[in-house]
Design a protein around this ligand. Structure first.
Ligand SMILES: [Zn+2]
Length: 492
């Protein structure tokens, strides 16, 4: 057989994220940016309705939040930047243009760190720029006729675009990149990152090229991916599609394709606009922006510890298993809660116990109660109290789990344990009675133990615990049994 070397294809992926900026008012007017539950077209004014003659005013908080984002991604913030008009016609865009940024964005040349299969990976962030959201079209039936309605409450809500370098090599990497990016935005309070509400949206550019340089495919843009899972599936479909087109001798075109989630494929939408189609020009109604080193330093100073760093610190400083550290740092409020819960502890055993209780039981309980992932139903004081009870042997693991389900909203576990009569060793007489009952039920085990087969005590411990309903700790049962079996309290 002759060895013909065929090139290996490499997938090249770059993501563009649009994230709504968390501010109380819109980008260029004073209207409320809270549009989700508002009556249609109630949060509007001449500016965001695009009426002739209305003049925009810049939202300082939004600009600072986007700078914060850039600084969190290690971007350079140039001294000067400007706003530009991006012209196009669409029913949800009353002005006929968006105020965005073209050649001089607010933040450039950053990077993001994320984990893929336990390995730390980095990808470049090309730019982060500020722009405004459009209105929304609602397709409905009005008086028996199908109609398209427009709601302009979202028109002018601050939006940032985070453009990533084409550094991602697989759909899995793209998914992890996106999750890590969203987590940073949530940590620094820049965006809710909520994908279901459309506050966090992602488009992808995908191409393939041969590793020997003999083929470089055109970029295909994928839209309409509404979940992390959809992004991964769409990219997997698209990389396969491009490979089979090339393998079959076909030709790929530069185009925009839409992901059809229900059917699991992408379909052509339109050929991609180029920058000149938008007729960008500098926004004449707003001045250019200038930032100083002092402002940038102040923002850097105010940033919280970012998720990847916090994960590593949790593993190192508290001696937590990497998995537990990762779960605890997914959401900033949960990570804060863990640190508040262990503030009076100083040993790895206590840290790990607390982490275990939060990761396994308390988060499980929150999920069962339908709470969002950044909310747990216990306070730090309650968690610390619970862990202390278990640690001191006053509460068995089983009793503690039961207590969690019956704990009142602001009730301390030590109070609840008494109320529910779950404390172990609180009643020595009760324990003695249980031991006596276990010995009566298993005379053979008693005889074996007294005859020298010390392992027989295991049977009696199990039986005694069953009789006490799990309230007694194995240690206290063992002690009581040993003293009764060997001591003068034998009762026989
Ligand atoms: Zn307005």
């Amino acid at each position: 057989m002759s060895a013909v070397t065929t090139p290996t294809f490499i997938t090249v992926i770059g993501l563009e994220v649009h994230a709504q900026v968390l501010t109380s008012s819109k980008m260029y007017c004073g209207c409320s940016a809270e549009y989700a539950n508002a009556e249609p077209n109630t949060h509007v004014c001449p500016v965001c309705l695009g009426l002739p003659g209305a003049l925009p005013v810049m939202n300082r908080a939004a600009i600072e939040t986007v700078m914060r984002t850039g600084i969190a991604f290690n971007c350079t913030i140039p001294d000067h930047c400007k706003l530009d008009r991006k012209n196009y016609v669409y029913p949800d865009l009353p002005k006929g243009y968006q105020i965005s940024q073209y050649d001089l964005p607010l933040c450039i040349d950053g990077e993001i760190e994320f984990e893929v299969d336990g390995e730390i990976t980095r990808a470049g962030i090309t730019r982060v720029h500020i722009e405004e959201d459009t209105g929304r079209l609602l397709h409905d039936t009005v008086e028996g006729k199908s109609a398209s309605l427009v709601d302009l409450n979202r028109s002018g809500v601050p939006l940032m675009e985070i453009v990533g370098e084409p550094d991602l090599k697989s759909p899995e990497e793209a998914r992890e990149y996106l999750i890590a990016l969203r987590r940073v935005l949530r940590y620094i309070g820049a965006s809710s990152g909520n994908m279901e509400d459309g506050a966090f949206r992602c488009d992808a550019n995908v191409s393939i090229r041969a590793d020997d340089g003999s083929f470089i495919g055109p970029k295909v843009e994928i839209k309409n991916m509404n979940s992390f899972r959809a992004v991964e599936r769409a990219l997997r479909f698209e990389e396969q599609r491009q490979r089979s087109v090339v393998a079959g001798g076909g030709e790929l075109t530069q185009e925009t394709r839409g992901w059809v989630d229900a059917r699991g494929f992408t379909v052509p939408q339109r050929t991609k606009e180029r920058a000149h189609d938008y007729r960008y020009f500098p926004e004449p109604d707003l001045p250019p922006l200038r930032s100083t080193q002092t402002t940038r330093d102040a923002i850097l100073e105010s940033l919280p510890e970012l998720p990847v760093r916090r994960l590593n610190r949790f593993a190192l400083e508290y001696g937590l298993a990497r998995h537990d550290a990762a779960v605890l740092t997914l959401e900033r409020p949960v990570a804060d809660l863990f640190e508040d819960s262990v503030r009076d502890l100083s040993d790895h055993h206590g840290y790990r116990m607390t982490a275990n209780w939060i990761v396994n039981d308390i988060m499980g309980l929150a999920r069962a109660r339908g709470l969002p992932p950044d909310e747990l139903s216990l306070t730090a004081d309650q968690i610390a109290d619970l862990v202390m009870l278990v640690r001191d042997g006053k509460l068995t693991g089983r009793a503690a789990k039961e207590l969690l389900h019956q704990l009142g909203e602001s009730e301390m576990p030590s109070i609840a344990a008494e109320r529910l009569n779950l404390l172990s060793g609180s009643d020595d007489d009760e324990l003695d009675l249980a031991v006596a009952e276990a010995m009566r039920l298993h005379p053979a085990a008693v005889a074996d133990y007294r005859g020298g087969k010390k392992a027989a005590i295991g049977r009696l411990i199990g039986e005694t615990m069953k009789i006490t309903g799990g309230r007694a700790s194995p240690d206290s049962v063992r002690q009581a049994l040993a003293s009764i079996l060997e001591g003068e309290r034998s009762g026989n």
